[in-house]
Design a protein around this ligand. Structure first.
Ligand SMILES: C[S@@+](CC[C@H](N)C(=O)[O-])C[C@H]1O[C@@H](n2cnc3c(N)ncnc32)[C@H](O)[C@@H]1O
Length: 260
């Protein structure tokens, strides 16, 4: 089976390219708390904690956040940003959590299951470490509303790529857990936010292999697909530096494990 995708190579630029606009990170933390009914007594685990983009703002709202990640460089970034937030990390694989059973009031997963080929085992591990009555708070976002035409150009230039995800497909995120027997607790909490960007920035991020979906492409595949994106930019925009006001939405849905 393929291996999970660790983010060592992204550690230096992850926060610059995936960070929320100022202020949004606290609203995202609030959305996660609401979705999972978290309180200042909650002990929370984040699988794939990365640089702490989610965990650090969340930590001020709960008792503590524990995190597991394959990537030491990503967690070193977290450490460098950490002040006095109660965040504790360990290197480990979400499919074999180095943790005792029934310890956490909640587990948080944000943009991680698509990187894990055996995401079903990771889900099983989440169920094992949750206390009785605890929730998995599964979070996902939808692509912004301004880059569709460029993503279409990208995908049409890579017809044999079945998708870059080695694990759960992005479009499967809203339904995958339900299909595995996990029980949604209420409706997803939705948080919309806005960013600005330009077509040039989009093309350059692909060219520079910022996103994990570019990491397994050959140089020739990348050049062909980035060329197609530039053609679409010339066709659809006045200039590559048009400022685009993008909106995107972020979802947090709590689930309880299937009865065992
Ligand atoms: C896209 S980043 C998301 C980080 C953080 N959750 C956030 O939203 O900013 C995914 C993280 O999951 C980690 N990861 C991938 N596969 C993993 C696995 N099997 N076990 C633990 N961590 C994993 C990667 O190293 C990376 O740091």
């Amino acid at each position: 089976m393929a291996q999970s995708i660790a983010f060592d190579r992204a550690a230096d630029y992850y926060d610059d390219t995936r960070g929320f606009p100022p202020g949004e990170e606290t609203r995202v933390a609030d959305a996660i708390c609401r979705a999972g009914s978290l309180t200042s007594d909650s002990r929370v685990l984040e699988i794939g904690i990365g640089t702490g983009r989610i965990a650090l703002p969340l930590a001020g709202r709960v008792q503590a956040v524990y995190g597991v990640d394959l990537s030491l460089p990503m967690m070193q970034r977290l450490r460098a940003k950490q002040d006095s937030e109660p965040v504790y990390v360990a290197q480990g694989d979400a499919t074999r959590l180095p943790l005792a059973a029934a310890q956490f009031d909640a587990v948080v997963s944000v943009h991680v299951f698509h990187l894990i080929p055996d995401w079903q085992s990771a889900l099983h591990e989440v169920g094992r470490v949750l206390k009785s009555g605890g929730n998995l708070i599964h979070c996902w976002s939808v692509p912004d509303n301004v880059h569709q035409v460029l993503w279409e150009a990208w995908r049409s230039a890579l017809p044999n790529q079945e998708g870059h995800e080695v694990g759960m497909r992005f479009e499967h995120s809203p339904t995958a857990l339900h299909e595995m027997g996990w029980k949604a607790q209420g409706d997803p909490i939705t948080h919309a936010y806005h960013t600005t960007t330009t077509p040039r920035q989009f093309a350059e991020r692909l060219q520079n292999r910022i996103w994990s979906q570019t990491w397994r492409l050959t140089d020739a595949q990348l050049a062909q697909a980035v060329g197609a994106v530039w053609e679409a930019i010339r066709e659809h925009y006045d200039t590559p530096d048009d400022v685009l006001h993008a909106s995107t939405a972020y979802f947090a849905q709590a689930y309880q494990p299937p009865a065992s």
